[in-house]
Structure formats: C-alpha cells, structure tokens
Design a protein around this ligand. Structure first.
Ligand code: AMP
Length: 174
C-alpha cells in the first residue's frame, strides 16, 4: 500500500477538540499501526540522511513519541523541550503568544555540545509559535538548527512563515 495514503488514512480529524472551531489532528491511530508509524520515522530519517544530525529535539508531548525513534534511527541523541516547570535542572525558556494567553517552553542549558546539528521534531505545525520558540531555544543553547520535521503541516495557518530560512519538512500538508 502507498505509504503516503496510509499515513493520511491513519490521521483522525476530531472536530471541536479541545475547543469549538478547532479540528484536532489525532495521530493515535497512526501510532497504533506499526507500518504507518515506522514509515513516518523512516521518511524523516531518510529526508535528512543518517550522520547529518547530532541531536533530535522533541517537543512535549506528542513530539516526544515521534522524536525518540527518529533519534534512535539517526544514531543521534534526544533532547526534550517541555512546558515550563517540568525540567529539573537549569533551563533556557521562551514565551510565545497563543490565541488566548501565552505559553512558555524550556530546554536544559547544557543539552548540546558546541556546534551540535539539531533537528526539531513535532507532530503538528499550526501557527508556528511553538516551532519558532523551539528554534530560538536551540540557538540559545548553542545548537545549529538543521531543520524542522513535522508529521502534519496546517498550511492555512502559515506557520512556516514564522521560521525564516529554516528548512521545514512536513509529511502531510493540509
Ligand atoms: P502552533 O504553535 O500553533 O504551531 O501549534 C503547534 C503545537 O500545538 C504542536 O505542538 C501541536 O501538538 C499542537 N497543535 C496545534 N494545532 C493542532 C491541531 N489542530 N491538532 C493537533 N495538535 C495541534
């Protein structure tokens, strides 16, 4: 079966979650299908090529699920970016705007070695606020942003425009 078609079929749209007007991209059917899940991981690794990346940054929470096997298959380390207050040691933090209010994410200050090439991984690129904050955290931590891979890009929200010349790779564009 065509991998692209399989991946699309395994993403479930949930209307009005978590609030009215939002169509939530539920990836749990995809994660439960080992062919689709492995296909996502392999596609991300093949896009960049083994040996080109030192660290994979996963964004809490669904980003972790995709980023960890990507790191393993790259032969790269894994670094978590988490919501404020979850990481135990010293952190850099970035705050960005949401539709209502703000969000703050953090990363440990010592997550990278000098010049580490870093790939950021998340499930969905929507407005781009989260991805932009993650790019800024990586740069503050001394990493070099090699790119961003997302499973799903909501192109009508134009998140990629927030990310300047960072290479944005999405498997499914809506
Ligand atoms: P944004 O900062 O607007 O690009 O939002 C990206 C973050 O919010 C990602 O970490 C996603 O997990 C989550 N997100 C935003 N919109 C959706 C959506 N429609 N379905 C699932 N997750 C979403």
């Amino acid at each position: 079966m065509d991998l692209d078609k399989l991946i699309r079929e395994r993403i479930r749209d949930v209307d009005d979650y978590p609030k009215p007007g939002v169509v939530f991209k539920d990836i749990t059917p995809l994660l439960a299908d080992h062919v689709a899940f492995a296909g996502v991981v392999d596609t991300i690794v093949n896009h960049h090529g083994r040996g080109t990346i030192d660290k994979i940054v996963g964004i809490e929470a669904r980003g972790f699920i995709i980023a960890a096997p990507v790191a393993y298959h790259f032969g790269a380390g894994f670094v978590p970016v988490r919501k404020k207050g979850k990481l135990p040691s010293r952190t850099h933090e970035e705050t960005y705007d949401l539709e209502y209010g703000t969000e703050t994410i953090e990363m440990h200050v010592d997550a990278f070695g000098p010049g580490d090439r870093v790939l950021i991984v998340d499930d969905v690129l929507a407005t781009g606020g989260t991805a932009k904050a993650a790019v800024d955290l990586v740069r503050r931590g001394g990493g070099e942003v090699a790119g961003i891979s997302v499973l799903i890009e909501l192109s009508f929200l134009r998140g990629r425009e927030q990310l300047g010349n960072v290479d944005v790779h999405s498997l499914v564009t809506v």
